[in-house]
Design a protein. Structure first.
Length: 610
């Protein structure tokens, strides 16, 4: 007789069952052991080596082991007829597939690495509860428990996920911060929003000064602010809040020039480059491009920071659109689509390369260049665009993914562009794109996000996932360049850049702040649970400005002997991964929900650094 093939018969008679009407229950001890092993795979690496390659692989392998292990166990459960076992397994996978197709995108990864293990655990718990009755009820209870988790996932979304995948679950229908922001702009077009500002009357400089902060992490992209001093007595005299406004999501920092600052944000289906007044945060102009990038557990919106020069603005969108805009009006001068024109893939976390401007000095190459990391591997790793026309000037092989920006440095008397990617640290001739040297440090599919720190002929490259910070000594013999791996030590920044001061590196080892001896690689100290924040060095004051992952501002003395906090104040609410900026005596802070500007009590005038 053919075995049962209907859902109702999944609990029916079996040739091995002693009671056709009420088959015996099946044992679940093996299933319980599989679930315990699944949670060990998930929990142990996270405890022993958080945010390492082992940890991230375990988040994938744990649920996979649980699902495959329980499937094999189920198919060998003799109490249930074989065809019915296939039908039950198919039904469970169908429920999972429908759930993954229907859930909110923000919980996609969470459902895979957390929701599925919970559902499998409850599946086995249901089998265990049902084992005191019979196989029919036993299977129904297990499937019901599993389905309950899947159904519950349809009604929630993740809010404020941090770098370690901790998040809040809120009702799916609850408006997001972006929804609330868009509602406030519902009846206001981009032109109407900026109608109160006469952009033609704005006095924008041709050349930036020391009062400006015209590109990502400053003029040397090292996160160091020179020639400024302000009061640090924030407890009795906190910095005056000039204004605070909601903003669209994005991880862009600020570009501040004269009376205007620029940033990038997401507004619904429009990715925008936005210009605001420094004085009150009013909109000057909004330039919109129909594009939306969203990474589950990684946030929404653009990642790169605009670059300003000579009344022009250069930007990279999260989907790879590189633009040159008129800085006064926001009107496009040219556009270059990395994905369309180079056929490069969209990175998992979006394009994040803030454009680097280079003034070409060769007589036969008169045009200035805009350099960005494209991630095209052997064909278009890094590219340079003609600043005037936006046409491709050169392209060179390199990494196939990376989330840092091109950085200009002078090493051994030679000007060069440093590119950090999954393959390591690469140096290029900025005029031609020719590779000068390449230090291989391949991290495979894991993301490298931080900027290199250059001190003389030494570069420090920080990498997360348990890899650490590496000191790379660079030398030159004629036209031949070489690199030496001096050491790799414990500072393991995820996407958090460090700063250098007088022989020490100050930055993040995962969620904890750290000081590292730049000569030896020895840990000086590790204190301060600030989460995955960002840091800015105010050099003349020997003071660190730290923005915590939760949006607090911390002032700390530069001290290689201990963490010496001066003051800590609340600033913005929500996860804060954006770099802070100080320009012309004002402090700018933002995250994916709001931005705020403070007036600092400046003690010394800003002067031009030599």
């Amino acid at each position: 007789m053919q075995e049962a093939e209907t859902i109702s018969e999944i609990y029916g008679t079996d040739s091995e069952s002693s009671s056709p009407s009420s088959p015996k229950s099946f044992r679940v001890w093996v299933a319980i052991a599989i679930v315990v092993a699944m949670w060990m795979i998930l929990i142990v690496p996270a405890m022993l080596a958080p945010l390492t390659k082992m940890h991230f692989y375990s988040m994938q392998l744990g649920p996979m082991f649980g699902a495959i292990g329980l499937s094999i166990w189920w198919m060998n459960t003799r109490v249930i007829p074989r065809n019915s076992r296939w039908l039950g397994l198919g039904l469970m996978f169908l429920i999972f597939a429908v759930t993954m197709f229907s859930i909110d995108f923000s919980v996609m990864i969470a459902m895979l690495v957390k929701g599925l293990p919970i559902a499998l655990t409850l599946l086995v718990a249901g089998f265990f509860v049902g084992s005191f009755v019979n196989a029919r009820k036993q299977a129904w209870i297990g499937l019901t428990f599993f389905s309950a988790v899947m159904i519950a996932g349809l009604f929630v979304r993740a809010e404020d996920p941090d770098a370690e995948f901790a998040f809040d679950l809120v009702p799916r229908w609850k408006p997001t911060a972006e929804d609330n922001f868009l509602d406030s702009l519902q009846n206001v077009s981009a032109s109407e929003e900026a109608s109160t500002i006469d952009s033609d009357a704005l006095e924008l400089p041709d050349a930036v000064t020391s009062k400006d902060w015209a590109e990502f992490r400053g003029p040397k992209r090292d996160g160091i602010l020179n020639d400024v001093s302000f009061s640090t007595d924030w407890e009795s005299n906190p910095p005056a809040e000039l204004w605070r406004h909601p903003i669209g999501p994005g991880w862009s920092s600020f570009c501040v020039v004269g009376p205007v600052f620029y940033t990038q944000e997401q507004r619904g289906e429009q990715e925008t480059v936005s210009a605001y007044t420094v004085a009150d945060g009013r909109s000057v102009w909004i330039q919109e491009t129909e594009s939306r990038f969203e990474a589950s557990m990684g946030g929404v919106g653009p990642r790169a920071t605009p670059t300003y020069d000579n009344q022009q603005l250069f930007v990279t969108g999260a989907s790879g659109l590189v633009q040159c805009l008129d800085a006064k009006s926001g009107q496009p001068i040219w556009q270059f689509d990395l994905m369309e024109q180079l056929d490069v893939p969209l990175p998992s976390w979006g394009f994040a390369s803030s454009p680097l401007l280079y003034s070409n000095k060769k007589e036969e190459l008169d045009d200035d260049l805009v350099i960005v990391f494209a991630g095209g591997g052997e064909e278009h790793g890094t590219i340079a665009l003609d600043r005037t026309t936006g046409k491709l000037a050169w392209s060179t092989p390199g990494g196939n993914h990376g989330y840092s920006s091109a950085q200009l440095a002078t090493i051994e008397g030679t000007e060069q562009v440093l590119i950090s990617s999954n393959r390591g640290l690469q140096s290029l001739d900025p005029q031609t794109g020719r590779e000068l040297w390449n230090h291989e440090w391949d991290i495979d599919v894991m993301a490298r996000v931080t900027q290199p720190t250059v001190v003389g002929s030494t570069a420090y490259l920080g990498t997360g996932y348990g890899n650490g910070t590496r000191r790379i000594d660079i030398s030159r013999d004629g036209d031949q360049w070489s690199t030496e791996h001096a050491w790799t030590e414990s500072m393991k920044p995820y996407f958090n850049d460090c700063v250098y001061h007088e022989g020490f590196l100050y930055g993040f080892d995962g969620p904890i702040f750290m000081c590292l001896n730049a000569d030896t690689g020895e840990k000086a100290w590790k204190r301060g649970r600030y989460g995955h924040g960002q840091v800015l060095l105010v050099k003349e004051m020997e003071t660190l400005l730290i923005v915590t992952e939760k949006g607090d501002l911390v002032l700390a003395k530069v001290n290689p002997n201990k963490l010496e906090e001066i003051v800590r104040i609340a600033s913005v609410e929500g996860i804060t991964w954006n770099h802070p900026v100080i320009a012309d005596g004002k402090l700018f802070v933002r995250n994916a929900e709001e931005m705020v500007c403070y007036e600092l009590d400046v003690l010394a005038p800003l002067v031009t650094s030599q």
